[in-house]
Design a binder for this molecule. Structure first.
Ligand code: UDP
Length: 375
């Protein structure tokens, strides 16, 4: 069979691209090494609860076109992410806002909170924060940093906060209002019925081979001789360094391990979808109770403990580690990628970027537009 595109990876990026090209009359073949589609946004129905199998995914965006786009494939509910942080026996609201400051210091007004923060940072003399620690300290002061950021961040990334880029902490809003909404974006929600159905719809009309790595696919395909599949272009959403056989060195990733548990007869385990455990001594970073994403009321519940893990070859990569060393190495791979004829790299792993779902959709739509304008 001849295809216009071979798409490696049936995650959100590959699926959006496949959908757009199929709609425009192109033929797409999508392969994935896993036994299921949807990459890390895969949700699995367990006893009527949609379990976010590879960690919590909450859709949020300021991109109106992306918001309209994704809602063609599912209804979104009115879920607003408001995680709670546990530090020893203390509970705090996230993101950092007046509820957090009030609980931490007993203050009531924004002016009191600002005064408290100023008092804690005045001797630090940080003008231009050079790393995550300096960035966090200069934003929220020492107490919030020590209790809610340092332990969580260091276990999440496996690095000292002094060695991490400051942009990671800037993902979180800092507010002097009593607003517990974790995100700044105007649009937010969870797809009713989970994410897998969205990707299923996106891949309608695309030929799909599961359980096959890119390497294995190429090998099997070659062995088919005259019956082999052929394609004009490859869209590669796997790890860019793996594609090039690590020939310039290995990029660093952070991995995760998930422990899913069905609690029969427990209707409400923790009262919130996301609870973060910010002290270093607790080995997991958060516990997710999935039914709360969809306001579930059944008599059972499913929870997931999320453990950060060191990544080594063969493990699942979840996060790129965008420090200087890795970004420089990525730039070198990216130059190799530019020379690779008829192969386009995309997605979190192909671009080695800490992309959220909405950015992935935006990139895939832009690529589809580019590709179609060449024709
Ligand atoms: N973070 C923190 N304490 C928390 C939650 C988050 O210090 O309770 C920091 C931490 O450095 C983390 C970053 O904020 O890596 C971004 O968190 P986010 O929830 O956006 O990460 P994701 O959901 O993508 O893992």
């Amino acid at each position: 069979m001849h295809y216009d595109y071979l798409i490696v990876g049936a995650g959100l990026y590959g699926a959006v691209f496949a959908h757009e090209m199929t709609k425009a009359g192109k033929k797409c073949l999508c392969i994935d090494k896993r036994e299921h589609i949807a990459g890390n946004i895969y949700t699995k129905n367990w006893k009527g609860i949609n379990v976010h199998w590879y960690g919590a995914h909450i859709f949020h965006t300021s991109d109106e076109e992306v918001w309209d786009y994704i809602r063609q494939f599912a209804k979104f509910n009115h879920f607003v992410n408001s995680p709670v942080a546990v530090y020893k026996d203390e509970l705090y609201n996230l993101p950092f806002n007046m509820n957090t400051f009030s609980k931490m210091w007993g203050v009531r007004t924004p002016a009191e909170a600002k005064e408290k923060i100023d008092e804690q940072i005045k001797d630090l003399n940080i003008e231009e924060p050079r790393n995550l620690e300096e960035q966090a300290l200069s934003l929220v002061g020492r107490d919030v940093y020590e209790k809610l950021i340092k332990g969580y961040t260091e276990k999440q990334w496996g690095h000292d906060c002094k060695d991490l880029p400051s942009f990671i902490i800037k993902r979180l809003p800092l507010r002097f209002t009593y607003d517990n909404n974790y995100f700044k974006d105007p649009y937010q929600g969870i797809p009713v019925g989970g994410y897998t159905g969205i990707v299923e719809k996106l891949l309608e009309g695309t030929t799909l081979y599961l359980n096959v790595s890119y390497r294995q696919f190429l090998k099997d395909n070659e062995e088919k001789g005259a019956a082999a599949d052929s394609f004009d272009k490859v869209i590669y959403t796997g790890m860019i360094d793996e594609y090039f056989d690590y020939k310039l060195g290995e990029l660093e990733y952070r991995s995760l391990r998930f422990e899913h548990e069905l609690l029969e007869g427990e209707s409400n385990y923790q009262g919130n979808a996301v609870i973060n455990y910010t002290e270093k001594e607790i080995p997991y970073t958060r516990i997710i109770e999935h039914k709360h994403f969809e306001f579930g009321s059944g008599k059972d519940t499913v929870i997931t403990k999320e453990y950060p893990a060191t990544w080594k070859k063969g493990d699942e990569p979840y996060y790129p580690i965008n420090d200087d060393r890795n970004n420089d190495l990525y730039e070198k791979y990216s130059r190799l990628a530019d020379e690779e004829e008829n192969v386009i790299f995309g997605g979190r792993l192909g671009k080695y970027r800490y992309y959220d779902m909405d950015k992935i959709i935006r990139e895939a739509l832009d690529l589809a537009k580019d590709e179609l304008s060449y024709v």
